[in-house]
Design a protein around this ligand. Structure first.
Ligand SMILES: [Zn+2]
Length: 385
């Protein structure tokens, strides 16, 4: 049966923002170590505000989401397998549930009561892959089990308290501005710390439940390929960039891979099945060969690849869409190369030619699997004449 999605109203938007707030403060990078202790600080036994807030917001969140059906039922199955590995926080009982949210921001968020909301676009991206679902859900499960909403709330309150003391005279504009900026920077790096810790715990949770850790970078690369910088509400858009996140996770990721091989020696028989093809495409190097010719080298490294991948380069003059209706069809030029990507220092080289009077070329490089599904995208700087 097809579900009707209802557009969330303004109130739901406000309520959603309250929950988004947990994952909404990811832009800043900064001193993580200073926040380490607070991130690990325990939550008082009598603190129930997170659960009370979750109960209050639940009707609105439910109204703006549906139960998973059709291909997304695999998401529910995956959630059950993952949550069978975790214990509820002390004194709380969680009711794990997956909902498909009426949004298309490529986003996921969770409520402290154990409900995880994955929006339509992200659900479509995960599709029928239990491993990709596990990569999405395990991160949210980690936030819930760690009670990160409560941690963030308590940390924010502690910042507000110290800001009052520092300000002294109420209404001094410059001091107030400086302190509020400092507080928001502190909060941003505190949240970043929470995100990294959730990522690390999520990796081990996946491994214990039988989902290969390679599904995490595979998901990151898909989000990078399909994510659009304009989606300001997306938790994923808030990350500085996926390459950075992959690097920050590297040590935990190696440890998780070793543990997976130990626990699940027959990969194909694990709940997530064989690990996915993962392509790490580094930033392409651009060299100008002549007046309107550039050489673009794409360094890449592949994991779990048995056959070949296609590297596709798309180029178009900046503003081609506008010129198209006047003179010629929008000129998107395409070049493709196949590679077995067997060397850890595989480099694919393209020669790109500019058309007459091209001032600037916009270039995208995608890596596709043998069936044409996108695996990753590499960012190429604009080419100037
Ligand atoms: Zn998160």
């Amino acid at each position: 049966m097809a579900h009707e999605f209802r557009k969330p109203g303004f109130l739901s938007f406000i309520f959603l923002n309250t929950l988004y707030a947990l994952v909404f403060c990811f832009l800043q990078t900064g001193a993580l170590c200073a926040q380490q202790n607070q991130a690990n600080a325990s939550i008082p036994d009598n603190f129930k505000l997170d659960m009370e807030t979750a109960a209050r917001l639940r009707p609105q969140l439910l109204a703006a989401s549906v139960a998973p059906s059709g291909p997304y039922e695999i998401g529910e199955v995956t959630l059950q397998k993952l949550t069978a590995q975790v214990e509820s926080p002390k004194g709380l009982s969680l009711a794990w549930e997956l909902r498909i949210a009426d949004d298309d921001l490529l986003n996921a968020y969770s409520s402290p009561d154990g409900t995880i909301y994955v929006d339509r676009n992200l659900a479509e991206l995960a599709g029928a892959s239990p491993g990709l679902w596990a990569a999405i859900l395990s991160h949210e499960i980690a936030h819930i089990v760690r009670r990160d909403w409560a941690r963030r709330y308590l940390y924010q309150k502690s910042l507000e308290g110290s800001a009052d003391l520092l300000l002294g005279e109420p209404g001094a504009p410059s001091g107030s501005w400086t302190d509020s900026r400092k507080a928001s920077e502190d909060l941003a790096s505190f949240c970043r710390q929470l995100e990294l810790e959730a990522d690390r715990e999520a990796l081990m949770l996946m491994v214990h439940a039988g989902y290969h850790p390679d599904f995490v970078p595979a998901l990151h690369h898909l989000l990078h390929a399909f994510g659009n910088g304009a989606t300001t509400l997306s938790m994923y858009a808030m990350h500085p960039c996926w390459e950075t996140r992959d690097r920050e996770l590297e040590r935990s990721y190696t440890a998780a891979s070793i543990e997976f091989e130990h626990l699940w020696p027959e990969w194909y028989a694990s709940p997530g099945g064989n690990p996915p093809i993962v392509v790490f495409a580094d930033e392409p190097k651009v060299k100008k060969n002549g007046f309107e010719q550039w050489e673009i080298k794409v360094p890449m490294r592949c994991q779990n690849l048995a056959g070949a991948v296609q590297v596709v380069l798309l180029s178009r003059p900046l503003g081609a869409q506008v010129a198209a209706s006047l003179e010629r069809p929008a000129g998107v030029a395409e070049a493709r190369q196949l590679t077995g990507c067997t060397s850890p220092t595989t480099t694919i080289t393209f020669i790109v030619e500019g058309a007459d009077r091209t001032k600037e070329l916009v270039v995208d490089v995608f890596v596709l699997d043998s069936r044409g599904a996108v695996l990753t995208r590499a960012e190429v700087p604009r080419l100037h004449r």
